[in-house]
Structure formats: structure tokens, C-alpha cells
Design a protein around this ligand. Sequence first.
Ligand code: SAM
Ligand code: DTB
Ligand code: SF4
Length: 339
Amino acid sequence: MTDTLESQPVHLHRRAAAAPANAEGPWSRAAVLELLQSPFMALVHRAQAVHQQHFPAGDIELASLLSVKTGGCPEDCGYCPQSIHHPTSVPATKLMGEDEVMAAARNAKEAGASRFCMGAAWRSPTDRDVDKMAGLIRAVHGLGLETCATLGMLEPAQAQTLAGAGLDYYNHNLDSASDFYPEVIGTRVYQDRLDTLGHVREAGIKVCCGGIVGLGETREQRAGLIAELANMNPAPESVPVNNLVRVEGTPLAGNEPVDPFEVVRVIAAARITMPTSRVRLSAGRRELGEGIQALCFMAGANSIFYGDKLLVTGNPDVVDDRALLRRLDLPVTSELAKK
Ligand code: SAM
Ligand code: DTB
Ligand code: SF4
């Protein structure tokens, strides 16, 4: 299939030809596909060279997650255990109080995390929700942690409120290529995601935006997602690559797991196309095992979700993660900063 950048349907901001944000862009879907198809060793080798050039310290950022408002979400995302449309065992909760959030944030900081991400299962928060979140963000920011939030779709003024509270990053994933998106989500469209990302950028908040591997997408659609992300101007500062966690009761629970080497390829392609972004090996690390995680670090992943829980599903134990990073001689960002 011939697919040029021009034939791709939706873009947030096309890079201006005169002032490229990424050294190697713009990226057509075909060019990213070529990367994904290249011989595995050559791909990982190239990604590692780009990685060393842009991140000479080779540190791994530890980001801890907390679900501050769980379940009961009106969206129908086929992968998500928190949607009311799927019969999963996740009960809906109210927004957590500040004491509980601060206790979790202090724990995360003591354990070595440098970023604290608060997630809420909202389609789009009300202004009242945003005001409450602003209070939590201000408090967490006061601990000296980088703050991130993922709350669903935002209006421009809501993004401004969060920025004013000290929000460093907003996580809002494109999740998949635009041509595969409607097969997984019916309650919103791709452009809704791009609009929120635009509001976040305009408010001066850094963007955390990535996707999921294993939704049933083709390799070409994986290339489409990476091209979408890499061609944003500027590219997202953080790029989470999630390996689908197959949760019982969700429509995608029965998906075949993708070949773990494919996750490594996606990380490598993200690193090459977004050389200065933090690429986060995100959900689904337990299922990948330590050998594949090491290959992901080799391919340019330099951030992980750290803590025994993601939002509602499990994550590797903190002690095991620390042991793995030690065995691989990988320094941790928060500890490097102290030296
Ligand atoms: N409701 C907000 C939203 O969708 O943007 C924020 C929370 S939502 C859980 C954040 C992200 O988690 C999704 O965009 C998706 O990438 C990821 N996610 C959700 N369920 C997942 C699963 N089962 N496996 C991997 N990633 C998942
Ligand atoms: C992201 O890209 N992955 C995180 C975070 N952003 C919010 C969420 C992963 C969720 C995995 C399934 C769960 O525990 O709900
Ligand atoms: Fe709701 Fe986010 Fe889950 Fe979709 S991914 S159902 S928007 S919590």
C-alpha cells in the first residue's frame, strides 16, 4: 500500500518545514512500517545508537500511578476494565481524598519515583472535578514530584486551570492509528483526542501520549500510530507504549497476545522517530518477562510505571524492578539527579 504523510487523515499539528522539531521527521506511515519490518538486530542497534546520542546518562525514569477515581466510566474502550459497558469486577469509586493521595505520593517519592501520575475514569471531568484535581496536583507538586494527570477530554479553560495548579504533564493516548480506532472505541472519535491534546499544549502542559500494542491492529496500523505521534509538533515529551493487559469481561480479553519481540520493535521505532522523548515501557510488563524488558531498554525505552499496581491491574513488584535495573546497570533518574 502506498501511504504518504499527505494521505493520512488526521494530524494535530503538522511540523513546519522550516523548523523541524524532530531531527528525522516528518515520518510517513510507510517509512515507519519500513522501520518495523527491518531486521530485528539492525533495528535495535539503530535505536540504541539514537538513544545513546540523546540520553547519554542512560537513566530510567520511574513514574508511579494512582487511580484517584476508579471505574464507572461511560466510554466503551474495548480494552478497559473501568468501562461501564463491560462486565468486569471493577467497582466504581468516588474521587479519593487528599490524605490518601498524599500518602501514596510520599510512598512513591520515598521509593524513588520522580513522577506521580493520577488517573481518573472520566469521559471528561466537570469543572468541579477539575477544581478538586487542581487541589491534589498542587499538593503533590509541593512534594517536589513531577505531576501528571489523565482525566479524559478537557476543555481549554480546564487545561489552563490544571496548568495553573502546577501540572507538568497530561496523559491522553491516541491508543491506535486513526483507521483502527473506531473498531475499539465507539463513544468518541480520534479528533476528540487530538482536540484535547491541542488544549493541553496551548495551556503549556507537557504532553504524555502513546498507545497500546495488541488491540488486534496490523503492523501497518502500529506504524500509523507511531507516525501520528512523531509528526506532532512538538512530539510528545513522554510516549507510553502499553502492551494490552487482557482483562476478563472486556471485549478484547480473548485477543491473541502479540509476539513480545513486536513490542520491542515498536519501542525501537518510537525511539528512532522521537529521539528526545521519554519512551515508557508501560502496562503489560509482567507479561513480557525480564529478558524482553531488557531488550526494550536496549531499544530505547527509558521510563517505566513503577509501583505494585497500574490503575486497577498488577505491575511488577518494586523490589523486583529495582533488582532488574541493578542487574542491567541502569541508573534511576531521581537518584542520578542527586549525584
Ligand atoms: N479515562 C482517561 C482516558 O482514557 O484517557 C484516563 C485513564 S485511561 C485508563 C488511560 C490509558 O490507559 C488508556 O488511554 C489506555 O492507553 C490505557 N489502558 C487502559 N486499559 C488498558 C489495558 N487493559 N491494557 C493496556 N493499557 C490500557
Ligand atoms: C498509560 O499509557 N498507561 C497507564 C496510564 N497511561 C494511565 C494505564 C495503564 C492501565 C492498565 C490497565 C489498568 O490497570 O487499568
Ligand atoms: Fe474510560 Fe479511559 Fe477506560 Fe476509556 S480508557 S473506558 S475513557 S477510563
